[in-house]
Design a protein around this ligand. Sequence first.
Ligand code: ZN
Ligand code: CU
Length: 486
Amino acid sequence: MKADWLYRNATVIDGSGGPAYRGDVAVTGDKISHIAPHLTLDVGAEIDAEGKVLAPGFIDVHTHDDTNVIRMPAYLPKISQGVTTVIVGNCGISAATATIRDDVPDPMNLLGEAEHFIYPSVNAYADAVTEARPAVNVGTLIGHTTLRNNHMDSLMRPAHPAEIAAMRAQLREALTQGALGMSTGLAYATAFEAPTEEVMALAEELAAGQGIYTTHLRSEFEPILEALDEAFRIGRHARVPVVVSHHKCAGAKNWGRTRETLAFFDKMRQRQEIGCDCYPYSASSSTLDLKQVTDEFDIVITWSEPHPEMAGNTLQQIAAEWNLSLIDAARRLMPAGAIYHNMDEQDVRRVLRYPATMIGSDGLPNDPMPHPRLWGAFPRVLGHYSREAQLFPLHEAIHKMTGLPAARFRLAQRGLIKTGYYADLVLFDPATVRDAASFSAPQRPAEGIEGVMVNGVMSYGRDKQVTGRAGRFLRRQHIQHIDKEQ
Ligand code: ZN
Ligand code: CU
């Protein structure tokens, strides 16, 4: 028997949610070929994995990496965390299928400038990914705001029936070309005027192809229960699974209320397929939004078109320097990006612990001073939350980043260490793995990630260099049997 790679004496955490076991894992071509307590094989290279954890490569279910995986294909911010697959097109905004006429509407500007939106179809986007050969696999959702941008002259109103029909046709085509589902960003002004019925009509297209509905809720502030109810109703109407994006209770008046929101999840999970994703920080980040300007918590400016020199300062500091109120200073900075320290740590922990929660970074790769989640989300869950805070055992943390998201997003033969599955693997030191990215120094690769393999190609190593780029475009698959889902 022959194999290309052999991980010897690894502590295998296979992504299913089951406990670790000790064993050898062999890779042949792009697949996991053998797993046994001890393998005797003719191998190309043997890796001593003694004392190290071997896990499926992490799946970042919530990203805005749409154009960056093509423009900077080594993609160090993610491969350095052990991420081997990113799902793009979240929060209502996808580069795939977008056609920009003049200005890039907010928040599509998080993805890049007008010249970066050059993928009018999923096939065009997939071809660009294939040609760029990024280090990580890429799957895409289709953004509702992207569809609105393509078919409406103004985004500040509901879509007319003819516009809905045009959006449905484009979504249908995108799904046949392998899109994983549709995302919305209903809190943003560019989608807020869309009534529930508009989203329901589009979501009907998802049912036939088993697409998923993911949503940045209409509100993460006080009306969060109503916003959750709307998301769940859309899922029931279209008979499709729902993923609530970056679930949080934002705003000081809302702190502690994940007790209520998660109880609502529990209740509704008995009727329909529901999950959520979460990044392991108590601060959010997006474009600067006047509605979120407050003195209740710190707001840090990450970029500003008219005042780039202000990146890294708090809105409070800037307002004091300019002798303006917070809101007037914010107006002068726009368009801009911000980090909002708007969550309660106990809420973050409650959501992370929740069994239906997946890990998603929500990193913003175009920000000059990004939220540290871009480089640190996954190792922070492993090091800070699992090892140090003991929020959950390591095999549970891994399940939230591998087997659970692969099942939710129907990524065939990924997310588990199992023979016949793709060899997306991460080897790390469970005693030292940790995020190094902080709010003051956000662009630092994690510690303790020792090797990352993508489709059987060794892609990242202990020297923190990208050595391979073997990522593929992942199309939606019909899966009859779901391996394990909670
Ligand atoms: Zn979002
Ligand atoms: Cu997002």
